[in-house]
Design a protein around this ligand. Structure first.
Ligand code: CA
Length: 247
């Protein structure tokens, strides 16, 4: 375990799970240069053991491991850990990403990946962690950049202007907000908004999302917090507020 330097960066423990030595070295060198504390595992079983003993805040997980599959690792860890899990895998098929996200991963990167992108995902995870930690138990207002949602009154503002949403649009936005920084798959969203077994398809979901975005952009033309992951789902990107604080 490398200790965090006295840098301003809040303490965060990262578990790197990767059996390919060169990729593992690339990741750990990047983490070290950027003053992140980390531990490494090269098998799935080792990952589960280290996760239990070291309680990492963030896990960078390869899916193709020599013993148990990364998907199994996610499912096992998710029974007791709320660590942020970012997949770093060569499996680039939508179905692989969806399976990983639906199993409990938070985000994914496809190999080969850029170092800058990896660092950006880690920072996003860090903001999400800080936000959750700093959130009072019953904080009724969610703020993210120009977006604010008052859960008590169902009032949504973008750029200080109130926007009027339909019940479904409001539910979609709050689901994304409650999972800010996470990629939510189409099936996850449909299950949570309409419940299982309802005949709502991805095409309808896209229509609701388009309408939701249009309303946000009417209040703030540059609004781009809702990211589409084509073939996979949607993600509300975490943004800092203007003064650099998270709320
Ligand atoms: Ca591998």
């Amino acid at each position: 375990m490398h200790e965090v330097s006295h840098d301003a960066k809040p303490e965060m423990k990262i578990l790197v799970v990767e059996d390919d030595r060169s990729v593992s070295n690339l990741i750990t060198t990047t983490l070290r240069i950027n003053h992140y504390a980390y531990i490494t595992a090269s098998t799935g079983k080792e990952a589960v053991t280290l996760c239990a003993s070291h309680r990492p805040d963030l896990i960078l997980l390869d899916l193709g491991l020599p013993d148990i599959d990364g998907i199994e690792v996610i499912r096992t860890i998710r029974t007791w850990s709320s660590a942020v899990i970012i997949i770093i895998s060569a499996r680039g098929e939508d179905s692989d990403k969806i399976l990983a996200l639906d199993s409990g991963a938070d985000d994914y990167l496809t190999k080969p990946f850029s170092i800058e992108e990896l660092l950006a995902r880690i920072r996003a995870a860090q903001r999400r962690m800080q936000y959750i930690a700093g959130q009072p138990q019953e904080s009724p207002v969610f703020t993210n950049g120009s977006l604010s949602i008052d859960f008590a009154s169902h009032r949504v503002e973008v750029n200080g202007k109130e926007i009027h949403l339909t019940a479904i649009e409001y539910k979609l936005l709050t689901l994304l907000a409650q999972n800010a920084g996470k990629v939510l798959t189409h099936s996850y969203i449909i299950d949570h908004i309409w419940g299982g077994g309802v005949e709502t398809d991805i095409v309808s979901l896209r229509v609701y999302m388009t309408s939701l975005r249009k309303k946000c952009r009417a209040a703030s033309p540059g609004f781009d917090q809702i990211e589409t992951h084509i073939g996979i789902g949607y993600q509300l990107l975490r943004e800092n507020t203007g003064d650099g604080s998270l709320l």
